[in-house]
Design a protein around this ligand. Structure first.
Ligand code: SAM
Length: 336
């Protein structure tokens, strides 16, 4: 596969000093907090939400969510915050959340479907956003509509390109692995656009509970499909991410584009998981498969800050791998 002329490795890369600073930040002690700033979504991805999805009738206010994030950071120590959802770009105060998160942690990321992202990018960058993951499951309009049950492919691709132009580096593209996924096409797209592709193994969560066993494709099977299309991947020995094994694409600078496999199902990373999730209802979850959660909002609203700190600390101390790898609610409710 030929590298895109004038793109790979040339522009928009962080200088070496900043890259090593970014790596040092990743290794800063502290937990990784993911905050769902809304449970609502403008897509209806078949593995996530039903067509007639019903969203919570009430949620924590934005100021309450920010206050909860601050208490969690105070109680548990946080090195990285990711804003997610639902679809976080539906929250009109997203930039305020980024600015606030930046006061709590050096790394602030966003996971978005990208449909509404393009026009927001300059403000989000100026607010301090320094990690960006954009979900994209398909590269042609019909397949996109089949996965997302809505249109939006052109706007997602335009947002990916704007993010690169604005200097976001790395830009990661997340694709949920399904039987009909165009694995090789997405790898070629990553190489061409200069982005880092992460395939996520399909989990038995939300809508996918009904068909996960049939539609599941393991990371190993994905690599075989990519190799069968004539693309050589090389595993990076400097495995740089706690949740995914990262491979470079033959002929391309691994700093510019790569492929990773988030092997939540075939090789769960529970033993090294340092993630906490704060839902848009103000509950703290210590595992994606935690079906109960810890209500923090009631304690915030009653002004019981000592109780709140104690509940966070107890939840963190009891963080453990799940008894059963199934989530009954949709991922959007907890923040994917
Ligand atoms: N709306 C945003 C987005 O699309 O990126 C953020 C929320 S979404 C729930 C976060 C991530 O969860 C996305 O990358 C999505 O594809 C992934 N996801 C949702 N359901 C999943 C499932 N059953 N298995 C694996 N990944 C899933």
């Amino acid at each position: 596969m030929a590298a895109r002329p004038g793109r790979s490795g040339k522009r928009l890369r962080l200088p070496r000093r900043q890259r090593s600073q970014a790596l040092a930040e990743e290794r800063t002690p502290g937990l990784y907090l993911r905050i769902s700033v809304t449970d609502r979504c403008n897509l209806r991805c078949v593995y996530c939400l039903p067509e007639d999805a019903r969203f919570a009738s009430s949620r924590a206010g934005d100021d309450e969510l920010m206050a909860l994030a601050r208490w969690v950071a105070l109680a548990a120590g946080v090195r990285k915050i990711r804003l997610t959802g639902g679809e976080p770009t539906l929250n009109p105060r997203l930039a305020d959340h980024v600015r606030h998160a930046k006061t709590l942690a050096p790394i602030v990321g966003l996971t978005t479907n990208g449909v509404l992202l393009g026009p927001l990018l300059p403000e989000l960058r100026d607010a301090g956003l320094n990690r960006l993951n954009i979900s994209l499951d398909a590269l042609d309009g019909d397949s996109f509509r089949r996965f997302a049950r809505r249109d939006g492919l052109d706007r997602v691709v335009a947002a990916i390109r704007s993010a690169r132009r604005l200097g976001f580096d790395p830009v990661k593209v997340n694709a949920v692995a399904m039987d009909g996924t165009d694995y090789a096409g997405l790898v070629r797209f990553a190489a061409w656009e200069g982005v880092h592709l992460r395939f996520i193994e399909l989990m038995a969560i939300g809508e996918a509970r009904a068909f996960q066993a049939d539609a599941y494709v393991s990371a190993e099977a994905m690599r075989l499909r990519i190799a069968a299309a004539g693309i050589a991947l090389r595993e990076r020995t400097d495995r740089d991410e706690p949740t995914s094994r990262v491979w470079s694409i033959d002929g391309h600078d691994p700093a510019t584009c790569s492929v990773g496999f988030i092997t939540t199902v075939s090789q769960p990373f529970c033993a090294t998981c340092d993630r906490l999730r704060l839902s848009s209802q103000g509950k703290l979850f210590t595992c994606l498969m935690d079906n109960a959660g810890n209500d923090l909002l009631e304690l915030l609203r009653s002004g019981d800050h000592d109780g709140l700190v104690a509940r966070v600390r107890r939840a963190v101390a009891n963080k453990a791998p799940p008894a059963e790898f199934v989530r009954h609610e949709v991922m959007a409710s907890i923040g994917g």
